[in-house]
Design a protein around this ligand. Structure first.
Ligand code: GDP
Ligand code: IMO
Ligand code: MG
Length: 429
């Protein structure tokens, strides 16, 4: 049976969590393939709001298996806390339904300290990371000196490797960044406790997942971050350190490409970005504030993980065409259309000018994204509240036209439009 991939088509926070929650109802397994607790996926179920950072959004259904894949970097302290919080809210967290890949890498307090120190040293060129230790953990992975989740099953070996790891990184913290070293015993103790808690969840994920696929189970691959934050394909260096795009599914879960049947790109009806880096359609004035909201609504544009105000701007179809190509998208889902209610007119960028020349694709040197000027198409806005609309035809004409325009410009079908955070606030087409 096939894999359906849900991937962010912009700069993250497109609403992947709520989309995964929607499809998880019909899937046997939900598997995160990349990233760590830099992700924040907010899912509304009835009156309850869940903010998930590591556990796949499929966990909110009583059945189904959730997988934390080998492409992830897992902070064991965050994961233990998240699992306990879910259990406190009545969610079943039995090890039979949550598999942690043995080849996933671990994030330690040393990685978190290094992330902070490196960002401070970058000064005005800071990436604006979530300071969760993501970059340093993937650095250790690539340097072949990382700690893997499977080590947590062997307490003695883990203690030994963890101590070495903390001592080594303390040297870097002090010598390179002038930062305070960590107390090794103090840092190791909670990690050893978390290891005992998490060990029963360790699973040979590539084997178990391929067996499940062979037995006809359906798998939903949950993306984190977004295409423009991908380490290889994003706006480097203003990216995260993981493979957020579809390639990450294969390396991150240990599956072949032929089982991937559908790749859905999640697109916010406008654009947001949190952290530094180029953002061609950014709106810095009153319109940008209107898109962001004041923080009064839970869906206003403030980061789930860091609380930072997100940068906001018009929809950028050049970015969407790029995401379609890099991920081989088969279809799109557009979220947060309701946020566009109340604008007199709307704009969609479908080309740029760069050095006086018109371009239809992202410049190959993504640093040049800082120098492009978007060319906008203008569309009429609408003022009706659309949050209770359940049929596409019942949307105001201008809202229907906005969706159809995106389909025309991207040459992709839009299978669902969401008009509010609740499960019912989704219009299927
Ligand atoms: P993710 O990281 O891609 O899962 O997205 P986030 O959860 O970080 O951000 C999306 C935010 O928008 C969350 O607060 C969602 O509850 C909310 N949201 C998702 N879809 C809609 C929608 O259609 N309308 C509104 N108003 N909010 C939405
Ligand atoms: P979800 O899954 C939005 C951004 C950070 C920063 C850059 C690098 O919720 O969509 P990192 O801590 O990963 O080294 O930071 O990437 N970033 C995200 N932005 N949504 C996310 O995840 C993000 N995860 C990382 O803000 O610009
Ligand atoms: Mg998010």
């Amino acid at each position: 049976m096939p894999i359906h991939v849900i991937v962010g088509a912009q700069w993250g926070d497109e609403g992947k969590g709520r989309v995964v929650d929607y499809f998880a109802a019909q899937s046997d397994i939900t598997a995160r393939y990349a990233g760590g607790d830099n992700a924040g996926h907010t899912v509304r179920v009835g009156d309850e709001t869940y903010k998930l950072h590591l556990v796949p959004s499929g966990i909110l259904y009583p059945n189904g298996i959730c997988v934390l894949g080998g492409g992830m970097v897992i902070n064991p302290l965050t994961l233990m806390r998240e699992l306990k919080q879910l259990a406190d809210r009545g969610i079943d967290i039995a090890p039979e339904r949550i598999w942690i890949a043995e080849n996933a890498h671990l994030i330690t307090p040393a990685h978190v300290a290094l992330d902070g120190a490196r960002e401070a040293q970058r000064g005005s060129a800071a990436i604006g990371t979530t300071k969760r230790g993501i970059g340093p953990a993937y650095t250790d992975k690539a340097a072949r000196s990382g700690l893997r989740a499977g080590m947590m099953a062997n307490a003695d070996l883990y203690r030994e490797r963890l101590t070495e790891h903390l001592i080594t990184h303390n040297k870097t913290l002090e010598a390179l960044y002038g930062a305070a070293p960590l107390d090794v015993d103090e840092a190791a103790a909670p990690l050893l406790e978390a290891a005992a808690f998490l060990a029963p969840y360790l699973t040979n994920v590539p084997l178990a997942l391929n067996e499940a696929l062979r037995d006809g189970k359906s798998v939903l691959a949950e993306g984190a971050q977004g295409t423009l934050l991908d380490l290889d394909h994003g706006s480097y260096p203003y990216v995260t350190s993981s493979s957020a795009t579809v390639g990450g599914v294969m390396t991150g879960l240990g599956v072949g490409p032929k089982v991937i049947e559908r790749v859905t790109g999640v697109v916010k009806a406008y654009s947001t970005r949190v952290g530094g880096g180029p953002f061609p359609t950014e709106l810095t004035g009153a319109l940008g504030d209107q898109l962001r909201g004041t923080g009064a609504n839970p869906w206003d544009e403030f980061g789930t993980t860091t609380g930072r105000p997100r940068r906001t701007g018009w929809l950028d179809v050049v970015v969407l065409r790029y995401a379609a190509r890099i991920n081989g998208l088969t279809d799109l889902i557009v979220t947060k259309l309701d946020i566009l209610s109340g604008f007199d007119s709307l704009q969609i960028a479908d080309r740029y000018t760069l050095d006086g020349t018109e371009i239809r694709e992202l410049p190959s040197d993504h640093a040049r994204l800082a120098d492009v000027t978007p060319i906008y198409g203008h569309l009429p806005g609408w003022h009706q509240d659309i949050m209770q609309v359940t049929d596409f035809e019942a949307l105001p004409d201008a809202a229907q036209d906005y969706i159809r325009r995106i389909e025309t410009l991207t040459d992709l079908p839009i299978r669902q439009v969401t008009v509010g955070p609740a499960r019912a606030q989704a219009i299927n087409r």
